[in-house]
Design a protein around this ligand. Structure first.
Ligand SMILES: Cc1ncc(C[n+]2csc(CCOP(=O)(O)OP(=O)(O)O)c2C)c(N)n1
Ligand SMILES: [Mg+2]
Length: 632
């Protein structure tokens, strides 16, 4: 792995960035432990602490360090950048950073950037009536809640697609990196176009531990780790240490180097027409878990071990010596050098930070609805099959839908705000008319016998339902549109990802500053009843059961009975998550089609009679123009 040894920080810059890091660490510990006395202006007593201690400390110092150094490069290079926090259980860290940079108080003015606000900040954390413990929807700048680990990198790539000026930094936990969805997401670099897409900077946070175990990637030697990532097509840089001055310098030098690499790769592709797939840089950060926290508790090592994962020591109200240890720990960050008497961060702490929308907590991409534009949708009636006598003609519903999607893509040629995702099934699902106007994105090798593979395109195919779902979520969360088509039996692979997304939508729906994003549209095909080609192995209608336990303001299900209704559903699909299981005779194998029974005026009624209520016909989030009028 590459190790960069420069010392780019002069004494002032070093002092500023270290003070900022200490402030974030102080604010993180304060959120976990304190109810009152936020500036430690009086000796800490039991009543100043929370009766129930919750939260995750171990990941916080690393996240704070990274946020500080990302701030430095954003400000120095005027970057359009935000960060996705894989270890999203580190809520206190992101809350601390967004409060210091001012995004938190801009979003929640009652939590001001002063002593009163700091007290509220501490109290609200993981507290009744307060905020969640994770990097939840409440946190400005977040498009990713950490609860269920594994999706950070796919979300980061989804956000970067079609955003050529954006850089998405993505902190990947070394525990998270053991999950299947995260493991496959390293391959996303074969689907990122250096011309039309932005960049993703993965930062593997090798703090060595998960909840109660070491991590696999921390216990293989550096050469194997480097080989692994080089094999995935990355160029890994290592930053390692436990001495803050040395790590600050090395991390600053490394961020300078990797951002130079990203800029050079983009310049080669964009200005020089070099079509070789770049070997994008990534960073491996090996620092201790729970760094700067208590070294030992009750004779057991804590800092640098899995014991620092959550709250390093509990029951501080009952143990005076722990109370004293907590006070010593918090005072080690020297709060009197960070905040004035009114609790305002000192100007040196803030003067160098990114301003306005360049703050990661205020980057517009992280509140995607702000950027969302309606898609131009062709009139579905132009695609209708003729129905003279009901039941007399056959057609393939998804093939006709493919014609309509082709023209959606054509109409989006300038905006580039729609993508079609699938696990190698777009053609099998009979949507291949889209290849008349676009290609499948592919940055790996291409042979003469391949078809429709190109560095740029609107179709994303990889045999990982996790990655399709994660990419699409990231794409939608940053204000774009998309559709995921998948065999009914195998969409279950993303059951829990669907749940997470639905929860995110529920939570954002309760935050008035979060703008609505477009529907996550699933098209399910190859149904349980239509398995003469495959068999029992491909039968599982349970995804509908799974999703309908969500409220109707989050999920709509459409069961179009024939071709004309199948083409009608995307127009009707106005829920945050909309799903169509096409007609039971919808797609493969192609030898028979679906008997068409529904001419257009009736199709409207049939589509709306799925499981959604009548409000199904409301203005769709992702549709333009709204289907306000229909032929009589
Ligand atoms: C899919 C999933 N499985 C299990 C958990 C429970 N869990 C929460 S945090 C954690 C350890 C995470 O370790 P790592 O990614 O290394 O984060 P860090 O060390 O930075 O805290 C686990 C297993 C989870 N959140 N998600
Ligand atoms: Mg870890």
């Amino acid at each position: 792995m590459k190790i960069i040894d420069g010392k780019p920080l002069d004494a002032d810059e070093y002092a500023r960035i270290d003070a900022y890091w200490r402030a974030c660490n102080y604010l993180s510990v304060g959120q976990i432990y304190l109810l009152a006395n936020p500036l430690l202006t009086e000796p800490l007593n039991a009543e100043h602490t929370k009766p129930r201690l919750l939260g995750h400390w171990g990941t916080a110092p690393g996240l704070n360090l990274l946020y500080a150094h990302l701030n430095r490069v954003i400000a120095a290079r005027d970057l359009d950048m935000f960060v996705i926090t894989g270890p999203g259980h580190g809520g206190p860290a992101l809350v601390a950073n967004t409060w210091l940079e001012g995004s938190w108080s801009d979003t929640y003015p009652a939590v001001s950037r002063d002593r009163t606000g700091m007290a509220k900040l501490f109290r609200q954390f993981s507290f009744p009536g307060g905020i969640p413990s994770h990097v939840a929807a409440d946190v400005p700048g977040s498009i990713h809640e950490g609860g269920e680990l594994g999706y950070s990198l796919s979300h980061a790539f989804g956000a970067a697609f079609d955003n050529p000026d954006l850089i998405v930094a993505c902190v990947v936990g070394d525990g998270e990196a053991e999950t299947g969805p995260l493991a496959t997401a390293w391959h996303s670099n074969k689907f990122l176009d250096p011309v039309g897409d932005g960049a993703v900077l993965p930062i593997l946070h090798l703090n060595g531990y998960k909840i109660a175990n070491p991590t696999v990637l921390a216990r293989i030697d550096d050469d194997d780790l480097a080989d692994l990532f080089r094999g995935y097509g990355w160029d890994p840089y290592l930053v390692a240490g436990d001495d803050p001055p040395a790590v600050h310098q090395q991390l600053a030098a490394t961020f300078d180097a990797v951002l130079d690499d990203i800029a050079a790769a983009q310049r080669r592709a964009r200005a020089e027409g070099d079509r070789q797939r770049p070997r994008w840089p990534m960073v491996v950060l090996r620092t201790p878990k729970g760094w700067t926290g208590p070294e030992e508790v009750d004779g057991q090592p804590v800092e640098g071990t899995w014991r620092s994962h959550q709250v390093p020591f509990g029951a501080v109200r009952d143990h005076p010596e722990r109370l004293r240890a907590l006070e010593t720990w918090m005072r080690s960050y020297r709060p009197e050098e960070l905040f004035d008497e009114d609790g305002r961060p000192l100007s040196d702490l803030l003067s160098w930070l990114p301003k306005g929308d360049r703050r990661m907590g205020s980057n517009p991409h992280t509140n995607g609805g702000v950027l969302l534009k309606d898609l131009t949708l062709p009139d579905f009636r132009d695609y209708a099959v003729e129905v003279g006598t009901p039941g007399a003609t056959n057609s393939e519903p998804t093939r006709v839908l493919g014609n309509w999607l082709r023209d959606v893509i054509r109409a989006d040629e300038q905006e580039h705000s729609f993508r079609l995702f699938g696990p190698d099934e777009t053609a099998s699902n009979r949507l291949d008319a889209v290849y008349e106007v676009t290609d499948k994105v592919w940055e790996a090798d291409v042979l003469d016998t391949d078809e429709h593979l190109a560095p740029q395109g609107r179709v994303m195919e990889i045999l990982s339902e996790h990655l399709c779902q994660g990419w699409l979520e990231g794409y939608l969360l940053t204000g774009r549109h998309g559709l995921f088509s998948c065999y009914e039996a195998f969409i279950h692979i993303v059951d829990s990802m669907f749940n997470q997304h639905a929860k995110w939508l529920k939570a954002t729906g309760e935050l008035d500053w979060r703008r609505d994003i477009a529907s996550l549209n699933y098209l399910l095909t190859s149904h349980v009843w239509r398995q003469d080609h495959n068999g029992f192995s491909h039968q599982d209608p349970g995804f509908v059961d799974h999703v309908v336990n969500k409220k109707a303001d989050v999920i709509r299900v459409y069961l179009p009975p024939d071709t004309n209704c199948c083409c009608r559903w995307p127009i009707t699909a106005c829920a945050p998550v909309a799903m169509s299981t096409s007609s039971s005779r919808a797609n493969s194998p192609p030898r028979t089609g679906s008997a068409s029974t529904t001419p257009w005026p009736t199709a409207r009624v049939e589509s709306a009679s799925g499981s959604g209520p009548a409000t199904t016909m409301a203005t769709p989030t992702w549709c333009s123009p709204a289907p306000a009028t229909f032929p009589p």
